[in-house]
Design a binder for this molecule. Structure first.
Ligand code: FES
Ligand code: FE2
Length: 353
């Protein structure tokens, strides 16, 4: 079966994707977001309930993101129609006695929403995946272990497709160049021996020793010291890196490039640090990570085309060299397999809208 460029978005509609950091959506706040080319209104009511909906008001299409939450209801700024946390229209002020049919007609188009790992997640299409099960978030126990320090990164927009970002996150040979000012001050540009294995869920993981980065100008800090690195990709776009240091300390990082359009994404990311970590405090680690991510952003935004083509034909994935690009190649291949499996049984039409 031939994969078309629109297929990834149709399939990703069936998966949970991050749309906001929890901290950016306090009670009483509204946010706008574009997920998979779909505009969203995100709201948290005073009692904590969350709402994800089409932002166009059912009356005359005013963007509800310009409204507010008042007395437990979402209020449109234009004519004051009011909606509850489930999206049901409760009041049409211009009608003294609104007919129930009119209210029912005016229900917001809502989407599934949940909160986990310090993030708000939305699933646009309730259809199950090919295995008949609804998509679930991967379990990362360290993110919910109160003994670990858990720090949220600022959501970072990339003017690049989400597959560019996944490739970048998995890339093992760019440190000495793209991160010459931070992580890779003295990185070895040769690729370390990597053990890559595919997993039953279609994802894959890579284990590799990460050499100490030594420089004559400054001693390597803990974050640049030798460690073991395990990179895990839960398809389609949930990627983690686990760093295990010789002294037993560990860090787990997650990156999820949430697709906005085909050529832009927002990277939601966080960092879990093991108890008693002997190294820079969490705030300093985050500051360093923000610099590193900005270097990656500049690389991703400078690539042509803005998204990795879904088909490898005609050199679509670029001239990949092994073993340096084995992980990028594994990602593209496994993603293609996953998309084909997801498209096969029910077709890409299960839109659920
Ligand atoms: S457009 Fe929203 S109440 Fe009229
Ligand atoms: Fe990088």
């Amino acid at each position: 079966m031939h994969l078309t460029e629109d297929l990834p978005f149709l399939i990703l509609r069936r998966t949970w994707q991050p749309v906001a950091n929890s901290a950016d959506l306090p009670p009483g706040r509204l946010l706008g977001y574009t997920l998979l080319d779909t505009p969203l209104l995100l709201a948290r009511f005073a009692d904590g309930r969350l709402l994800a909906a089409d932002p166009a008001c059912p009356h005359k299409g005013a963007k509800l993101t310009a409204g507010c939450i008042r007395n437990g209801e979402l209020v449109c700024a234009y004519h004051g129609w009011r909606f509850d946390a489930a999206g049901a229209c409760q009041s049409i002020p211009s009608l003294v006695d609104a007919h129930p049919d009119k209210l029912a007609l005016s229900h917001l188009h809502t989407y599934a929403i949940q909160e986990r790992y310090g993030l708000i997640w939305v699933k646009l299409d309730p259809a199950p995946l090919a295995d008949g099960q609804p998509h679930e978030l991967p379990a990362v126990p360290e993110f919910e272990d109160p003994n670990w320090s858990y720090v949220m990164g600022p959501p970072t927009p990339f003017a690049a497709g989400w597959r560019r970002e996944v490739e970048n996150y998995l890339d093992m040979t760019h440190f000495a160049f793209a991160h010459a000012d931070t992580l890779g001050k003295a990185a070895d540009y040769r690729v370390p021996p990597m053990d890559i294995r595919t997993l039953p869920d279609g994802g894959f993981q890579m284990d590799a020793p990460f050499p100490a980065l030594d420089t004559p100008h400054e001693p390597p800090g803990k974050l640049q010291s030798a460690h073991h690195r395990r990179q895990r990709c839960h398809l389609p776009n949930f990627t983690t890196i686990r760093q295990s240091f010789a002294d037993g300390d560990e860090r787990v990082l997650v990156h999820i490039p949430s697709p906005n359009t085909r050529e832009s994404c927002t990277v939601f990311w966080s960092l879990a640090i093991s108890p008693g970590f002997r190294g820079p405090p969490p705030a300093a680690q985050m500051e360093f990570a923000i610099k590193v991510l900005d270097e990656d952003r500049r690389m991703c935004e400078n690539q042509v085309p803005a998204e990795v083509p879904i088909n490898p034909a005609r050199g679509g994935w670029g001239v990949l060299v092994m073993p340096g690009d084995t992980l990028a190649n594994t990602f593209q291949k496994q993603l293609r397999r996953w998309l084909l499996a997801e498209a096969a049984p029910q077709g890409p039409a299960g839109d659920g809208r």
